[in-house]
Design a binder for this molecule. Structure first.
Ligand code: AMP
Ligand code: MN
Ligand code: MN
Ligand code: MN
Length: 293
């Protein structure tokens, strides 16, 4: 059975206003229930700030939803920005708290430099603009993109990235993220499993992608995302075969940031036969208790 219809739906990659998502944690958990998700991981960029409010709302409203505490960590590997998701972490573990404080500082520094570069290119106000869109959440290039759209520089964020924020463009600043090993390490210290996020989105050749997965598995990482809502038909099968080849568990997630016609919580999320789901060991009552927030 490859596409279960009535099975429990897991969505293990999503964002809130704690980073660059558009829905508050409260809005997100309600939407997840509407989309029949039964297990949702909130995985904001380098922050866990949305998780507490999400769980509080689940409890307050009595929602039939299990929340997994997660995070999406930006790393640098061979000069590529690779995102590592942590699932089932203890968000209050001192090692994680200290680590995310460092990542936050790196993000602020990079954001200041992006704003300076834009200022020099005679685009003033980017710092204030991006901060305004971040609304106190973790700052990302997504917030600069929204500011630049507002400033009339492009019609949509994707175009802003292409012309201003992508590598080699005027607002690009080479980031100083941590290594993959450091991300795996802090995820493990805080009791979680490490997952390579959206392997198909790094613009890597098959050879380099396999090199990445091999490196990640050797460094002790557990899983990789195999299913997302927007994939070429053969991509999922290919990723599933690499998961097996490198001994990695399989995860799935929408990477939901906001409602769009293409991306929705839980949409098209199922795993090809033959892979082992990352949640396989979450089902015993003790594990469930441990993993729940
Ligand atoms: P950062 O982690 O600060 O580099 O920001 C990356 C975020 O920007 C991603 O998580 C996406 O939400 C967003 N993003 C990246 N590339 C694009 C793109 N081409 N179009 C729209 N949003 C993008
Ligand atoms: Mn994002
Ligand atoms: Mn990502
Ligand atoms: Mn993401």
């Amino acid at each position: 059975m490859s596409e279960p219809v009535l099975a429990e739906i897991y969505d293990l990659h999503s964002h809130t206003t704690a980073s660059d998502g558009r829905l508050t944690p409260e809005q997100l958990v309600h939407r997840a229930v509407e989309m029949r998700i039964h297990t949702l991981a909130i995985t904001d960029h380098d922050t866990t700030a949305g998780i507490g409010a999400a769980q509080t709302e689940i409890d307050r409203a009595g929602l039939p939803l299990r929340l997994i505490a997660g995070v999406e960590i930006s790393t640098l590997w061979e000069n590529h920005e690779i995102h590592i998701v942590g699932l089932g972490i203890d968000k209050d573990h001192p090692a994680m708290v200290a680590f995310l404080a460092e990542q936050a500082e790196r993000r602020l520094q990079r954001a200041r430099m992006i704003a300076e570069r834009l200022e020099k290119a005679r685009i003033p106000g980017a710092w204030e603009g991006a901060l305004r869109f971040a609304q106190g959440g973790m700052i990302t290039r997504g917030h600069f993109a929204r500011f630049l759209v507002e400033a009339g520089r492009a019609t949509e964020p994707a175009k802003v990235f292409k012309h201003y924020l992508a590598r080699g463009k005027i607002g690009y600043v080479p980031p100083q993220w941590c290594t993959i090993e450091q991300a795996i390490d802090v995820i493990h210290h805080s009791g979680g499993q490490a997952v390579v996020a959206h392997p198909g989105r790094y613009d890597l050749s098959a050879k380099w992608l396999k090199r990445l997965l091999s490196h990640f598995a050797l460094a002790g990482g557990e899983a990789m995302e195999v299913a997302q809502c927007q994939q070429a038909p053969n991509e999922r099968t290919q990723l599933a075969s690499w998961a097996k080849q490198f001994g990695l568990l399989a995860s799935q997630g929408s990477d939901f940031h906001q409602p769009t016609p293409w991306i929705e919580l839980g949409r098209k999320l199922w795993l090809p036969a033959g892979v082992t789901p990352v949640w396989q060991r979450w089902t015993s009552p003790e594990e469930t208790k441990e993993r729940a927030v």
